[in-house]
Write a protein that binds this ligand. Structure first.
Ligand code: HEC
Ligand code: HEC
Length: 307
């Protein structure tokens, strides 16, 4: 009996020791990746003056209807808590205005481009969870107008936002490739700029809007839906947007699609969760919604989660 007790004691101690070693390794490797410096000198983008009302209006449309910056940075882009729990961590989307604690106070035009397109802060550190991989294809014109709009916003004083902290589960999901914590790692910072399709009701322009509009971030790289990585359990899985007749949009018409993206109502009358940002897509123009529809129609039908 005494032998068994001693043996169990040893077993528990070894399991504990292994868990501690695993945790130390997870923290060391993820910490090293999060603290790596990126020397990114972005190509200059012309940023219109914040008094250029046409540029600012276009920028507002991009921010509110397409890139949805307010989803994370809060109304008026004054900063907001994106996630805060012990296991995943605390992620704060910064105050982007020129008020107290806001980044617009010290940002140069190059800093805006580096942060939005490359996911890298002015100090060279990779930004956590800021979806720059999706924003990377933004055209110079759209990006310039977007920044002009952000700069035109009234300053919000929000100086006391706490710092970021990535918890053990967040780090584990990141290291096992299930959480896109560091978009900067996935961007080829020296690649030539991707071609920009002309605006219009075309598949190519629809792909541009679906990418920069973040549909990929939730509906997956194959647009085929499934559980959203890192999302809490009460969030429903994202749906299959490919033309699969069983699980996707195969039996939808463009009118069904427009109603869903404008009002959050499915063809059967059921309501979409607000986690699907239909209040933002509601602001999309008819032309842009049709382009996204044409793009989704051009995809091969896939089962849920298919690439
Ligand atoms: C999915 C959530 C999310 C969305 C959408 C998002 N951001 Fe962010 N953003 C973040 C988080 C989180 C951080 C903080 C990253 C850090 O501190 O490491 C951040 C950081 C930034 C920073 C860097 C601030 C600094 O510390 O220097 C800028 C600039 C920025 N975001 C601009 C934007 C703009 C403009 C948009 C829309 C085009 C946008 N973000 C959309 C989550 C988001
Ligand atoms: C922040 C995550 C997120 C983003 C970004 C997002 N979606 Fe969704 N979407 C969801 C979730 C979650 C659902 C399922 C909601 C539910 O079941 O209540 C959904 C459902 C849908 C549906 C309903 C499909 C059906 O069969 O009921 C459509 C259509 C849709 N999304 C299109 C889009 C398009 C187009 C984009 C990009 C412009 C987009 N979504 C961006 C999370 C997202």
């Amino acid at each position: 009996m005494r032998n068994l007790t001693r043996w169990l004691g040893w077993l528990a101690a070894s399991v504990l020791a292994l868990a501690i070693v695993a945790l130390v390794v997870v923290y060391a490797v993820s910490g090293w990746r999060m603290n790596r410096a990126y020397a990114v000198e972005p190509e200059p983008v012309a940023i219109p003056a914040a008094t250029d009302s046409a540029a600012v209006a276009r920028g507002r449309y991009i921010v509110q209807a397409i890139t949805k910056c307010e989803d994370c940075h809060g109304q008026g882009l004054g900063g907001a808590t994106f996630n805060d729990d012990l296991l995943l961590g605390r992620l704060i989307a910064d105050n982007l205005t020129a008020g107290e604690g806001g980044v617009a106070r010290d940002y140069t035009d190059a800093d805006w481009v580096r942060a939005i397109r490359h996911g890298v802060s002015p100090s060279g550190k990779p930004l956590l969870f800021m979806p720059s991989l999706e924003y990377y294809p933004l055209s110079d014109a759209d990006l310039g107008n977007l920044v002009a709009y952000v700069k035109s916003l009234p300053p919000v004083d929000n100086p006391d936002l706490p710092g970021n902290r990535v918890g053990p589960l967040g780090r584990f999901l990141f290291l096992s490739g299930q959480l896109d914590l560091l978009p900067a790692e996935k961007i080829d910072h020296d690649a030539p700029r991707p071609p920009v399709p002309a605006a219009g009701k075309t598949v190519d322009y629809g792909r541009y809007l679906a990418t920069t509009g973040g549909c990929i971030g939730c509906h997956g790289p194959g647009f085929s839906g499934g559980k959203i990585p890192g999302a809490p359990p009460e969030i429903p899985p994202a749906r299959n947007l490919t033309p699969d007749p069983e699980t996707g949009l195969g039996n939808w018409t463009i009118a069904d699609f427009e109603i869903a993206l404008r009002t959050g109502k499915r063809p059967d009358g059921t309501q979409l969760s607000e986690f699907m940002p239909w209040k933002a897509t509601a602001k999309m123009t008819d032309q842009d919604l049709e382009a996204v529809w044409l793009f989704l129609r051009s995809l091969p039908p896939k089962p849920v989660g298919g690439r």
